[in-house]
Design a protein. Structure first.
Length: 552
């Protein structure tokens, strides 16, 4: 391990690079939990923390994503009245009596998908003291490895990370250490109960694409559709100080692009005995004509509103000691304001949360975080809903980047609604974890919108939001995923059970999971997990849903 330059540590007080999860008091055992079960998991949360285990009553198993791999009914579209708000006198008043159409998703899983992507690194940078990151629609610069088609990283597309990060192993694999692109500037990552140290990189190029860019047999990376940014400094993990640091491409790159998530098409890559499964994710320049358009729109905001640039903070000779050279990064690239006292992240403009007769309406402090599999509400929101940590529906064991573990209460809340045009997006029986997370605006977030709420949607995340860069504010477009029992083909389905699906079932007839031409999508019965055999049970399931569509 290299010597730490102590003079760099104080720089960290200027900003927090990752949202710091702050532990609420662990639930007091006033309730008998002797009948609860403990299940080990590995779910990502915001700021590099992870859920390592969950506890729940034996008679109430948690709704996990693995249990929902089978096709589900289409999202229900309902007419509803707008929510009530409290008048200053305390009386409930109706904001509007006009009905609205709502996309209702009942009982989302507790854990969502991980947006795995391929990540490559080059030496692309600008001249000294040119601090701004720049978008790149193609790979620019020189790779750091002689075999870049195999020496790439698999990381997470994480809109909730204010800086991009790379683990020590991935930094070594991509050639960053051999190329001398890791500085001695120390970055402190604040966790629940401690601090882990990492390093800032020299300015370089970071490029990404979805898992579909990886050839499944030889695992060779096709970089022809990669996009990215150059002149960006990222956080690099240390094997001793920050072994839990993930590889994640964060908000500074997400700002420049549109990310298309096709949950109807899942892609799996197995590398170094690790399995990575994610939606088909593709990236486009913000105004590319090839970006899919969906009919529903969620408005986002890049906040704090005074952020104006995407820059790293340089070392200046005469003010600092600069062992890595004049102008080398002291702090990595983030979306910052003029004084480097704030950093920008993406927020949902309005969220309504209700439980029983209690509600928290029109909340604008929910962060949209593609890197979080689990959704979160703050202690303040939980208090407004009269949720009692002593009577939690389940518990989550959360490990942060320092390796420290805390136990946090979880609840099934009646509804969480995100306002959208023209059709709202509403979730019922929603599993959430109660956790206070630092906000870039000061104080705590109201909550985190995690990817467990988006597993039933195809959607496009559009970056943007800085006035100096022009363009439009960030937003999401979405539509429900077609998941009809019997909708086997084409890949991702076509929202109809017809002769195409019958032909696919016939091709798989009497095969089993051991057959070389096995098609698991044709294993329709019994629900929910099938029996690893294609036979009359599956034909009957297809016949039951014959000619079914999801057309309104």
């Amino acid at each position: 391990m290299r010597k730490i330059n102590a003079h760099n540590r104080w720089v960290y007080v200027w900003l927090t690079l990752l949202p710091a999860a702050v532990a609420c008091s662990s639930p007091v055992d006033r309730v008998d939990r002797s009948g609860w079960q403990r299940q080990q998991v590995d779910w990502r949360m915001t700021g590099g923390s992870r859920v390592k285990a969950v506890r729940y009553p034996a008679d109430k198993p948690l709704p996990t994503l693995a249990q929902r791999d089978r096709p589900r009914p289409a999202v229900v579209r309902r007419k509803t009245l707008q929510a009530k708000a409290a008048s200053p006198s305390g009386q409930n008043v109706q904001q509007s009596l006009s009905p609205a159409i709502v996309n209702v998703i009942d009982s989302p899983p507790i854990d969502g998908f991980v947006p795995w992507i391929a990540v490559s690194v080059t030496d692309a940078r600008n001249d000294e003291y040119e601090l701004d990151a720049m978008e790149a629609d193609t790979v620019t610069g020189n790779y750091l490895s002689s075999t870049p088609d195999s020496d790439y990283a698999i990381g997470v597309f994480d809109t909730g990370a204010s800086a991009s990060l790379i683990s020590y192993n991935d930094a070594s694999r991509t050639g960053m250490y051999d190329a001398g692109l890791v500085t001695s500037s120390v970055i402190d990552l604040i966790g629940v109960t401690g601090i882990a140290s990492a390093w800032a990189s020299q300015p370089l190029g970071v490029f990404i694409d979805g898992l579909k860019a990886i050839e499944p047999n030889g695992l060779i990376l096709d970089d022809s559709a990669m996009v990215g940014e150059i002149n960006v400094s990222i956080i690099v993990g240390d094997p001793d100080e920050s072994p839990h640091l993930p590889t994640a491409v964060g908000a500074p790159l997400a700002f420049f692009f549109a990310a298309v998530f096709q949950n109807g098409r899942q892609i799996t890559v197995i590398r170094d005995a690790d399995e990575f499964t994610a939606p088909d994710i593709r990236f486009y320049p913000l105004f590319d004509s090839g970006i899919p358009h969906y009919s529903n729109k969620i408005n986002l905001e890049l906040r704090p509103t005074d952020v104006i640039g995407i820059q790293y903070f340089p070392c200046i000779e005469g003010i600092f000691e600069c062992p890595d050279g004049d102008g080398s990064p002291l702090q990595p690239t983030v979306i910052v304001n003029a004084f480097w006292t704030a950093q920008g992240l993406f927020f949902v403009s309005s969220v309504d949360v209700t439980h029983g007769t209690k509600s928290a309406l029109d909340k604008d402090g929910f962060m949209f975080d593609t890197g979080a599999q689990v959704s979160v509400i703050s202690e303040a929101i939980a208090t407004r809903l009269r949720l009692n940590p002593d009577k939690a529906d389940f518990e989550a064991e959360i490990m942060d980047v320092t390796g420290d573990v805390t136990i946090q209460p979880g609840f099934y809340i009646d509804s969480l609604e995100i306002t959208a045009m023209p059709e709202w997006l509403s979730f019922t029986n929603v599993p959430v974890v109660m956790l206070d997370v630092d906000s870039p605006e000061g104080g705590y977030l109201d909550g985190i919108i995690g990817m467990n709420l988006f597993v039933d949607l195809n959607f496009v995340f559009h970056g943007g939001g800085l006035t100096l860069y022009g363009g439009t504010p960030p937003y999401i477009e979405f539509e429900p995923v077609c998941r009809i029992i019997g909708d086997i083909t084409p890949e991702g389905g076509d929202c109809a059970v017809d002769f195409l699906d019958l032909a696919a079932l016939a091709d798989a007839w009497l095969t089993s999971s051991e057959s070389p031409d096995w098609n698991p999508k044709a294993d329709l019965a019994p629900q929910p997990n099938g029996d690893r055999l294609i036979n009359l049970l599956d034909f009957a399931a297809l016949a039951e849903h014959w000619l079914q569509t999801t057309a309104p």
